[in-house]
Design a protein around this ligand. Sequence first.
Ligand code: SF4
Length: 340
Amino acid sequence: MPFEPKRILFEQDALKYPLGKELFDKFKTQQLEFGILKSHNRVTEIPGKTPSQAYYEGKNTMVVGVKKTLKFESCKPSAHYQLPLVTGCTGMCTYCYLNTQLGKKPYVRVYVNVDEILNKAMEYTKEREPEITFFEGAATSDPIPVEPYTGSLKKTIELFSNHAYARFRFVTKFTDVDGILDAKHNGHTTVRFSINAAEVIRKYEHKTPRLDERVEAARKIADSGYPLGFIIAPVILQAGWKEQYADVLEELKNKLKEHKNDKIHFEVISHRFTKRAKENINSIFPENDLPMDEEKRKFKYGQFGYGKYVYDKEELSDMEDFFRNRLKDIFPECEIDYVI
Ligand code: SF4
């Protein structure tokens, strides 16, 4: 299900690029709100008075723009640099890590100067040769729902396939992967899928595909020979969690039978929250029942001066044993990068 925006807004400069022009021609005849932005990087055309309305309208808006600042942010520890092809995401997950980063109207912005962005990535790579440089394509976005419109991931994957010292990786909860299945990747791009228990997805990961659909997309990616990974997150330790996550692993086992001896990577992250994130979530989703009771968690100081609420040691150790044992049973060759 590629993104179907309710409104699309173009920066003037985007129309100077072939992709910008192509998207303009494609969308101008469709039944949606359509506009040209008056200034770069200032989007004032999105309505929404309450926090929930602003959020909803933002999420239904696509901005077609130009990435002017070509200084890439670092992306430690998973990669050296962020590769900015898209910012924002069409999903509406209650606990999204982007909720506190993208402002009150979190629109999706696709960049049309892809060649300039990729040239810059190659410059960064050159500086570090012969070390390998890793780029993360989903640091502030989920790039898959807009891929059918831009083809930017495919372009990136094919460029990286030719470079001995550059690697690309991104993570998604979405399933619009058909456009990249036939890309020449040379094993230089790793695709990771973020998954969760079906019940958790249903309750908290609004506007995203179901678990079985994500795993089916992952199977297609593995069949196409891409290195594959899964992020199981956030693991919510609520009543019945072992059964719920056992079902997730069963789904992986059934759909990825042919790949059980592949070196699939797994990252498992328990649910945690900060005070600021909790306030933000409660303003956007006033009816949410995400477990965020400080009394039931342990407070842990974070590296940037703010703390987060995590599960206690025994719960985390039980969770770690559960995932490490089960994953190794199903995928003996897998790599468990961390369970935290
Ligand atoms: Fe956020 Fe990922 Fe959900 Fe998108 S899919 S809203 S990036 S958590």
